[in-house]
Design a protein around this ligand. Structure first.
Ligand code: THU
Length: 161
């Protein structure tokens, strides 16, 4: 037996102003998208914005449903919309933010596992690392340069044979 460890490197930016203009703009679009959330049950508004290799930015927000599992996270709304509108175009970066009605979120909000699995597929299709930027309503921005930093031991299509 031997013990091993997985290292998940990420960059920390103390404020939006420290990001490149392109990254700051993408995060700004995610913040704007959070305003469109339909989240009457959780009152937790999430916004996401995907930057594509053709320069387009596609946004998404969480959309809930009285039958709870029928809703969808902001990240998947954005990614699926991007894949529907621009099929075959590589993803470069994805920004995520969230606002809660019950408290100010001042730390980065990490995407859920199901969204990370969709990011894996998008990254594979894109043939380049997907950069993931996470922020709360305020506070620092974490940047993960590639989905493996967010999702170790990923399930890949190669396992399917
Ligand atoms: N949510 C997202 O939109 N993205 C995530 O990564 C985690 C959770 C949404 C789903 C639901 O509408 C609300 O946040 C509370 O879970």
């Amino acid at each position: 037996m031997r013990k091993e460890q997985f290292v998940c490197p990420y960059e920390v930016y103390d404020a939006l102003e420290e990001l490149s203009q392109q990254d700051a703009e993408l995060m700004h679009r995610a913040h704007e998208a959070a305003r469109n959330a339909y989240a009457p049950y959780s009152k937790f508004n999430v916004g996401a914005a995907v930057r594509l290799a053709n320069g387009k930015v596609v946004t998404g927000n969480n959309i809930e449903n009285a039958a709870y599992p029928s809703g969808l996270c902001a990240e998947r709304v954005a990614m699926f919309a991007a894949m529907a509108q621009y099929p075959g175009v590589a993803f470069e970066s994805l920004a995520v933010t969230a606002y809660s009605a019950s408290k100010t979120i001042d730390e980065p909000v990490a995407p859920c596992g199901a969204c990370r699995q969709v990011m894996v597929e998008a990254e594979q299709l894109s043939k380049q690392p997907l950069r993931v930027l996470c922020q709360g309503e305020t506070g620092p921005v974490f940047v993960f340069d590639g989905i493996e930093s967010l999702m170790p031991f990923i399930f890949l299509d190669k396992f399917l044979g």
